[in-house]
Design a protein around this ligand. Structure first.
Ligand code: GLU
Length: 375
């Protein structure tokens, strides 16, 4: 598959912007560049694409606002600056996106949000709901409350996890490096920028570690880690220099900018694998013939009305098997309701969920994105 020429057909795109892209070396905001990127993202959105922005800069903007020449070292001070800067950063994005008629939503994630299944599911559903509203999520780590030992720690990793979370078609990481080279370009002027990487080797990682602060700024090593997550999740990832004029448009247009990391697995395959083999199955849902047809032949989600019986004890976000009237296990999926709730709404219409449970968080018991159909 020629990945780059297919980018223009891709719908869901995660774009990560690093502090080096947002600010001048003196720490002040590079307004022209930010405005250019916001325009490009708004233009993508106008083409009917879904855009998720993962942005750094909270600590840097906070430090600058408070007149600090360097970022202080203590964690509480950094966290305080993140609180100060995040508001300012979002204010700026909101204003610029509004100029192009776009609505944005601030999403601050912490590592625990993705580690625990129920919260993982909740984060996925919230992001899906924001995208369904045609709104652009602006995502950062919740630095102010993040605990040092269990942070994402860097937004390269965060952006890759977001890309995996929402099943993105493409992830673009913009920074002040051109991409990955076959050797250090500062030492060797014959160094070649790699157009495409199929496998991250030990040597690539070692090279990235030994690089000095400028070339590795933000860290090529964290970008390689992010690329690994994307590749394993079936999401192609491009690292490119935000200095390139119209960088986003050109990447989506298929131009050979930066380095493309080719996913090892197809997206469906990676997701299927996780649901099929990556988790323990905690229960069984028996479904009627109508639901079987909707799931297997029409690619639909599983609604409560098609469920005839619930077996097992499970929480929201756990994986369950789906069984037909003749006892075949035809699908497996991550469930939106726990076993007690599912039993209560089984056989009922979606419109009756709220009356039955007192509230309705989801229409679907298993969303089709979280459903693996056995072949
Ligand atoms: N979350 C941090 C911030 O907004 C940035 C982390 C990073 O640059 O990777 O300042």
């Amino acid at each position: 598959m020629n990945w780059r020429t297919n980018f223009k057909f891709f719908k869901r795109i995660v774009i990560k912007v690093g502090t080096s892209t947002l600010t001048y070396p003196n720490g002040k905001l590079n307004l022209q560049r930010i405005e250019g990127l916001v325009m490009e993202m708004s233009d993508l959105h106008n083409q009917g694409k879904e855009v998720l922005l993962v942005t750094s800069g909270a600590v840097g903007v906070g430090a600058n606002k408070m007149g600090y020449k360097t970022v202080p070292r203590t964690i509480p001070e950094k966290q305080a600056l993140a609180a100060i800067g995040q508001g300012a950063l979002l204010h700026l994005y909101e204003k610029l996106f509004a100029e192009f008629g776009k609505i944005v939503a601030q999403v601050l994630l912490s590592r625990e949000d993705l580690d625990e299944r129920t919260r993982y599911l909740n984060a996925t559903n919230t992001l899906e709901a924001i995208l369904n509203m045609d709104v652009i999520p602006i995502i950062n780590e919740n630095d102010t409350v993040a605990i040092e030992e269990i942070k994402f720690g860097d937004n390269d990793t965060l952006s890759a996890m977001v890309a995996a979370l929402v099943d993105a078609d493409l992830s673009i990481v913009l920074s002040d490096v051109n991409g990955l080279y076959d050797c250090d370009p500062r030492i060797n002027d014959q160094a070649c920028l790699l157009d495409q990487v199929e496998e991250i080797t030990r040597q690539m990682e070692d090279n990235s570690r030994s690089r000095g602060t400028h070339f590795a700024s933000g860290g090529m090593i964290t970008k390689l880690r992010a690329a690994r997550i994307c590749m394993a999740s079936g999401v192609p990832m491009v690292i490119a220099n935000s200095n390139n004029h119209h960088v986003i448009r050109r990447i989506i247009g298929g131009e050979s900018l930066g380095t493309l990391f080719v996913p090892r697995e197809s997206k469906m395959h990676a997701r299927k694998k996780w649901i099929a083999f990556g988790t323990v199955v905690h229960g069984k849902l028996h479904i009627d013939n109508g639901a079987e047809n909707a799931l297997l032949n029409r690619g639909k989600s599983l609604l409560p009305s098609g469920i005839t019986r619930v077996e097992g004890s499970f929480d929201r976000g756990m994986v369950v098997d789906v069984i037909t009237t003749d006892g075949r296990e035809v699908a497996r999926g991550m469930i939106n309701y726990d076993s007690r709730e599912t039993a209560l709404i089984a056989g009922k219409k979606t419109s009756e969920i709220e009356k039955t449970l007192g509230s309705k968080d989801y229409d679907e018991v298993i969303h089709r994105n979280n459903l693996w159909i056995k072949e």
